[in-house]
Design a protein around this ligand. Structure first.
Ligand code: 5GP
Length: 129
């Protein structure tokens, strides 16, 4: 069965899309740690990061870097934290999280955003791409 992220790529489930190219897709995390929390995924559905073939792995990192640079410009933060977990969704995803302190990388502390707030930050990040 297709992963929830494959359904997002196919447009079967809506997402706040930041950017996509032929092989990768970036969108806002629906339950963010911080404003601008973005997920970067390969369109190829693979569960674990280190099971990706080398080309897709390297491409995902380069794609994530491009998105992270735009995210850093869009959100007032010290840096962009990077995490790969995958315990919830078995489709490789790189978390890009604007951070100011270590706790901002904690997945136990979440923020709530309205639809308008998701749309605003999505547009702002896109404007720097
Ligand atoms: P992980 O698998 O790395 O533990 O976490 C999965 C992440 O995907 C979580 O941060 C969760 O909020 C996010 N997520 C799960 N389902 C959806 C969804 O349908 N849409 C979006 N945008 N994010 C999701």
């Amino acid at each position: 069965m297709a992963s929830i992220f494959t359904k997002i790529i196919l447009g079967e489930i809506p997402s706040y899309k930041i950017y996509e190219d032929e092989k990768y897709y970036a969108f806002l995390d629906i339950n963010p740690n911080a404003l601008g929390h973005t997920l970067c995924i390969p369109k190829k559905e693979v569960d674990k990061l280190f099971d990706l073939d080398d080309e897709t792995y390297k491409g995902l990192m380069i794609f994530s870097k491009k998105i992270a640079e735009a995210l850093k410009k869009a959100v007032d933060c010290q840096r962009i934290g990077v995490s790969v977990i995958g315990l919830e969704v078995p489709h490789v995803h790189v978390h890009l999280i604007p951070i100011n302190k270590m706790d901002d990388m904690s997945f136990n502390s979440k923020i709530k955003l309205s639809d308008d707030e998701f749309v605003d930050i999505m547009k702002k990040i896109k404007s720097y791409l």
